[in-house]
Design a protein around this ligand. Structure first.
Ligand SMILES: *Cc1c(COP(=O)(O)O)cnc(C)c1O
Length: 378
């Protein structure tokens, strides 16, 4: 399959679509794309595109309100939590979390480092205060999670930070780690809305939208209200959580289109999927198809993550050598399975199979893997 630049005005259609295994921005539900297309020129009853809409208009009031309510409903978020929509991606939260929760405080922020993203978050926190690494998986290439006994928290941490799914290495927590009395802070960017979350166990949850929940441009922050008291007046206005809480996530112009798509994804999860528990079952069934191939391959496909820590979102594995990996990626692309190359730090293959990846796409990848191995063996 060739990647030709689009130079003419040929219109793409649903039948032109390939299976997109990109880690993010990632595949969206076809229903969501179709709805956005249908409403692109004029939102029903409004007469203008959501791309053109005033963020202070009654129509956008409704879109924002629906999106926030849908998130609250899907995740079962209590009234003691704020749901804030921001920009700057999950990367800005690496800074905002310690700016708001750590700046000027005595204790350390504890980071459980299970992969590249957790490591990056800790690096930013060091600019704001003391950081204690409560566990670090770097020694074995971030191929696993800690057991409860391996986590060493500091005395009275200001918060404990985890990454629920390490997108690059493909390791995913199956339960929430115990943060003791400290607020648990979770970067949920790459498995947000893929399964239920016990929100009440967390002080703060953040996630960019472009993996499971929509498009780049909007980031969701779910924050226990009492933690707002930690933010200090020396923070720049736009880096202070209180600014977003006070102004209903609209202190300035929000990314209106990204908020709208997030709302459509929530609606799809509710009406077409049947909620997050159902989504979780679909996702587990999809990832099992691929992990079963790994386990039956006699080591030809070697998984990066240890079996008990495997991610339902990002399936990472190696082939016997890089030449075979390149050949595999080429064969897959010929079959319309694209963006399977692993991150350079892990190498090999990474199949990102988020919520919107259809079962048929995963089945096609599974069949390609089985055939590729058979052909190698001759
Ligand atoms: C993608 C990702 C990020 C970075 O998100 P940006 O929106 O690009 O800043 C952070 N953490 C995790 C776990 C991710 O998957």
């Amino acid at each position: 399959m060739e990647n030709e630049p689009v130079t003419d005005r040929r219109v793409g259609s649903a039948t032109d679509r390939v299976y997109n295994f990109s880690p993010g921005p990632a595949v969206l539900p076809l229903e969501v794309l179709e709805r956005a297309r249908d409403e692109m020129l004029a939102l029903p009853g409004v007469g203008i595109s959501v791309l053109e809409i005033s963020h202070r208009s009654p129509a956008f009031d409704q879109i924002l309100e629906n999106t926030l309510q849908s998130l609250r409903h899907l995740l079962g978020i209590g009234d003691d939590y704020e749901v804030l929509l921001m920009q700057g991606g999950a990367s800005l939260q690496f800074s905002m979390v310690p700016m708001n929760l750590l700046r000027g405080r005595e204790g350390a922020a504890d980071y459980i480092q299970t992969g590249t993203w957790g490591q990056t978050g800790a690096k930013e926190a060091r600019r704001e205060g003391k950081v204690h690494v409560a566990w670090d998986g770097a020694g074995t290439g971030f191929d696993r999670l800690p057991t409860a006994g391996e986590i060493r928290l500091s005395d009275r941490p200001e918060y404990v930070h985890v990454t629920s799914n390490e997108t690059i290495q493909g390791v995913q927590w199956k339960h929430d780690p115990d943060a003791g009395a400290a607020p648990l802070v979770c970067d949920c960017s790459s498995d947000f809305l893929s399964r239920p979350i016990d929100v009440a166990k967390h002080g703060l949850i953040y996630a960019c939208a472009q993996k499971n929940a929509g498009i780049a441009g909007v980031t969701v922050v779910i924050l226990r209200k009492d933690l707002l008291e930690r933010s200090r007046d020396d923070l720049p206005t736009m880096l202070d959580y209180r600014t977003y809480a006070k102004n209903g996530s609209r202190p300035n112009t929000p990314p209106v289109f990204a908020v709208y798509v997030l709302g459509l994804v929530c609606q799809w999860l509710r009406d077409s999927i049947g909620g997050l528990a159902a989504m979780n079952r679909h996702n587990a069934a999809k990832s099992k198809l691929l992990y079963d191939v790994l386990d039956a391959s006699g080591g030809f496909y070697a998984g990066h993550a240890r079996p008990e820590c495997r991610s339902d979102m990002n399936v990472t594995f190696r082939l016997p050598d890089e030449t075979l990996e390149k050949a595999f990626i080429k064969v897959a692309a010929e079959r319309q399975l694209i963006d399977l190359k692993g991150h350079r730090s892990v190498g090999g293959i990474r199949a990102s199979i988020y919520n919107a990846m259809p079962l048929a796409g995963v089945e096609s990848l599974r069949d390609t893997m089985l055939e590729f191995q058979r052909q190698q063996r001759g």
